[in-house]
Design a binder for this molecule. Sequence first.
Ligand code: ADP
Ligand code: MG
Length: 776
Amino acid sequence: MDTSNLPIRQYAADILAAVEKNDVVVVIGETGSGKTTQLSQILLEAGYGDHGMIGVTQPRRVGAVTVARRVAEERKVELGGEVGYAVRFENRTCSSTKIKYLTDGTLLQECLEDTHLSKYQVVILDEAHERSLNTDILFGVIKKLLASQDGARQHRLKLLVTSATLDDEKFSAYFNDCPVFNVPGRCFPVDVIHSQDDHMQDYAAAAVDTALQIHMQQPPGDILIFLTGQAEIDKAVQRLNSEVCKLPADSAGELLVLPLYAALPPELQLRVFRPAQPGVRRCIVATNVAETSITVEGVVYVIDSGVMKLKSYNAASGMDSLEVTAISRVQAAQRAGRAGRTRPGKCFRLYTRRYFERQMPDTTPPEICRTSLAGAVLGLKALGLPGLDVLSFDFLDPPEQASLCEALRQLYVLDALDVDGGITPTGRAMAALPLEPALARALLEAHKLGCLEEVITVAAMLSAEHVFAAGQGPESRAAANALTNPAPPGSSAAAQAEAGRKLKQLAEECQGDHLLLLRLYQMWAAAGFTRDFVQAHGLELRGMNFARDIRKQLAAVANFGSSHLQQQRPVSASSSQGQQQQQQQQEGGSKRRRWDEDKGPPLPSPTAGSSLGGSLLRSEGSAGSRGLGLDGRPLSRNGRAVSSPETLEKVRRALTVGFANRIARRMRLHNGYRTCNQKGALAQVHPGSSQLSSDDDGLLPEWLIYHEFVATSRPFLRQVCPTRYQWVEPLLPKLQEVDVQRLSGGKLRAQAAAAAAAAAAAAAADAAAVAEAGQA
Ligand code: ADP
Ligand code: MG
C-alpha cells in the first residue's frame, strides 16, 4: 500500500506549518486525495498525538469503522491499539490509542463528559461538506471552546475542518478567517452528456439501460451508477445481472455488478476497493455514499440519476419524510468528478441540460435545517456552555426558529427542561443516554415503574433498525400476502412465507409494534440466540446481533445490573477506573463477549453514572441493594424470556411517557387519528404496522403512541402502540400549555423585536435611497 503519492501527502509540510501557527485550519481536497486516511497520520508522524489523541469525526458509523480499519492496516498495527474507533454502542480504543476515528455524535457525547475535550490534541471534523447535524453542532461547540481555551488546557487544541467541496469562504469566515488549503486533486477531464429526454420518472430503468449500452459500446473502464436507496439498488443489480446474461456471448465481456449503500455489511462494502480481474468490467450501483465518502477506483463512466433520498422534517407537523429528491448542482459536479479519477471519463446525466441549468437547486439545505432538533438542543443544554442560548447559538447556518422552538417545547413536555428552559436532572439523565430523547425518557420512566429490562430491549430493537429480513416484518407486504398466495412447499419462497405467517401471528398476539419487537427478542433469547430462530421468523441475523450488542451497552449505561447498584462506588468515583475497566473488557475479544453472561455489565462511565446512575439510585430506594428489579423479580442477564401481562402494561405506560409528543387519538366514528401535538394533524395507521385489535364496531384503540409520523403517499403513523387515557391524561396539561416565550428565556421576543427593528431600518434606508434617486 503506497500512500506516499496521494495528493495530500505532497502538501504535508505546508499543512503542518499552518496547523502549528493556527488553531483552526480548513483543508479542501478532491474526494480520494487522502484527507480521511492520511491527515491523521501526517499529524501523528509530526509528533501530534503525544499530548492527547488525534480525533477524526465521520458522519456515519460505517465510515468510522472502515476508515479506522484501513488506517490500522496502512500502519501495520492492530485495530484498537494505536489506531482505534468509537461509535455509538461500540468502543475499540485503549489507553495507548493515538488516532481515534469516531462519529460526530460520539464526539458530542464525549463533550458532555469532558467539556474541554482534554483527551484530544487535535480534532479533525472530516467530511464537513456533508453538513451532518452533529458536525454542524460541533462547529459551534468547538469554536466556542477554542475561543476560551487560553489557560483552560495545558496544550492548545487544534481543529482541522476538511471538505470535498469548495465552501472555503464560508468555512473560513465562520472560523474567524482561518487559513484554507486547497489540495488539488488528480482530475482528468470528464465529458458530460445530458439526456435528450428527462428520465426523472423512470431513472432506475434508464440507468440500467444506459449501463448496458456502455458495457456493449464503450472501451474498458468501470461504471458507477448513482441511485437512491437499498431496495432500488438491489433491484437494479438483479436486473443488470439478468440482462447481461441475455447478451450475445461475443458482444461484450464480463460484467461484475456490485451494490454499495450504507446499510450494506462492511465486508461487502470492502469489495468495491478490490480491483476487478483483467477483462472484467465492474459496475457499481451506489447511493450518494459514493459521491464523497467512499472512493471507488477505476471508474471511467458515471451514470447520474439526478436524485437521492433525503430525509426532511416538518417542525410544524412533526412529520418526517424520506423522499426521493433532486440533487443539487454541487452534487451533480461531485458525481461527474468520480469519472475522472484515473483517466479521462464520461458522465451520463439522465436529465436534460435545460433542467440542469434552469431547475436543479444550487445546493442542498444542511441537515440542521431539515431535521428534528430535540436531541441536539438537549445536548447543547446539557453541555451548559457559559452564556449558551440555543436561539442565538453561533450556527454556521442557523436553523429556523420554529424548529428550535418546537425542540424546546418537546423537551419541556418530556420534563427535560423547566418552564424557563433550564435543563432538569431528568434532562441531564436523558442526555447521558445514547438514545433519542423519547426513548431516553421512556427508559427513565421504565426504571421507575420496574420494567427497565423490557424497555431497554425495545429501545435496542428500535435502534438496530434492520431487524427484519428483506421482504419480511410487519412493514412488508410479503408477510401480509403469505396467507393469500401460498408458495410451493419446500421452496425458499415457502420458507419465507412460513416465516411471514409466524410473524403475522405473533403480531396479532402482541399489542402493537413495540411489544412485538420485545416479544421477538425475548423468544430469540430463550432459543439461545440461534440463527435458526432468526431465519424461521423472518428476521435478519446481523440486525438482531446488533440489537443484542446495543442492549448490552444500554444495560451497562443504564446500570441496571442490580448487583452493581450495590457495589457501585460513590458517584464521584475516579473517572478513569470505570473507563479502563470498560476498555479492558472491550479489548480482549473473547473476554468482551463474556462479561454480561458472567459478571454483568462493567461499571458505568463516570458521567453516565453520575447523572443517570445518580437519578436511578435516588428513585430506586433500596431495591437495588436487594439485587432485584423494582418489582422484586431477579434481573436476568439477557433479558427476560417472558414478561407478565402486568409488566407489559408498565412497558406501554413507560413508552407513553417517553412518546408524550407522539400521542394520537382516534376519530370518534372512524379509524383516522389526530395527533395530540399542537397542530393536531390527521393520519392513518400505516398498513405495514402491526395489526391492532379492533372492537365490535371495527374501531381501533382510541389512544396510540407512534414512533414516526411519515409522509409517503399520505400521512401515516408508523410503529404504533396502543395506550390508555389514564396514562395520557397526566401528560395533557404539559402538552397544551407551553409558554415557548418563557422557555426560550424571553429570547424570542427580544429577537423578534431586533428583527423588526432591522427590517424597519432597512425600509428606511430603501426609502431614503428612493428619495435620493428621485432628487437626482
Ligand atoms: P478523501 O478522504 O480525501 O476522500 P481517503 O483518505 O478516503 O480520501 O482515500 C485515499 C485513498 O485511499 C483513495 O484512493 C481510496 O480509494 C483509498 N482507500 C480508502 N479507504 C480504503 C480501503 N478501506 N481500502 C482500500 N483503499 C482505500
Ligand atoms: Mg474522506
